[in-house]
Design a binder for this molecule. Structure first.
Ligand code: G6P
Ligand code: MG
Length: 216
């Protein structure tokens, strides 16, 4: 298989917003008297805002009005925490990796469940590096469904089998495999062990190894 495009997840891959999402849910959990731990937060990685709320509620039923109210609060808390986000908040090694991929003439895209993805990518000052940014506003079925990745492949006009995804969440790895793409998992075996390649962090990614392994 021949890699023609790299598709990057954003939260936890391009920038470490995971603690900010956690803090925002934690604040809401304290107001709502719902227990919420760091382990609970792991279940939310890669999930859409609404799916995250439903997992957060642990089966507790609330009205659509309350649901909307809580989602708005969570997003407001999150925005308070990311207001000063800038280029310093890029994950170590990510900019060099993106530049190396561009230098190889491959397509580069973001596929994030976050409805804040375009805002965050522009704050990080790297929007110009991507051919396409597909975010949570553009899909109806969130990860682990493959829709987000299939839309991205469409946008960059590359067949899914020629795309490789960089993901830090179990839901994202599953979505990419279901889209018939290869995946580079970032994180521990227990979380991203199903990925085609796995590294502990972005700096460890070995482009030569990946591109050779896939050029039959
Ligand atoms: C990413 C994160 C999730 C987050 C989701 C929605 O996938 O990994 O933790 O809940 O995006 O983000 P949003 O910015 O739209 O609330
Ligand atoms: Mg992620």
């Amino acid at each position: 298989m021949n890699i023609k495009a790299f598709i990057f997840d954003m939260d936890g891959v391009i920038t470490d917003t995971v603690p900010y999402h956690y803090e925002s849910w934690k604040r809401l959990s304290e107001e709502e008297n719902i227990p919420f731990t760091k382990e609970d937060n792991e279940q939310l990685l890669g999930r859409s805002r609404l799916d995250s709320l439903r997992i957060f509620l642990k089966g507790k039923k609330i009205t659509p009005h309350r649901e909307a109210e809580m989602l708005e609060k969570k997003n407001q808390y999150f925005h308070e925490l990311i207001k000063n986000l800038n280029e310093q908040d890029l994950i170590p090694g990510i900019k060099d990796l993106l530049l190396a991929i561009r230098k190889l003439g491959l397509k580069l895209s973001v596929a994030s469940s976050s409805k804040n993805a375009k805002f965050i990518i522009s704050k990080l000052g790297i929007a110009h590096l991507f051919d396409c940014i597909i975010d949570g506003n553009l899909v109806t079925k969130a990860k682990p469904e493959p829709e987000l990745f299939l839309k991205t492949a469409d946008c960059i006009a590359v067949s899914p089998c020629n795309c490789i995804v960089v993901e830090d969440s179990a839901a994202g790895v599953e979505a990419a495999l279901r889209a018939n793409m290869k995946v580079i998992g970032i994180g521990p075996e227990e979380r991203v062990g199903k990925a085609t390649f796995r590294y502990n962090n972005i700096k460890e990614i070995n482009l030569t190894e990946i591109l050779h392994a896939n050029q039959n």
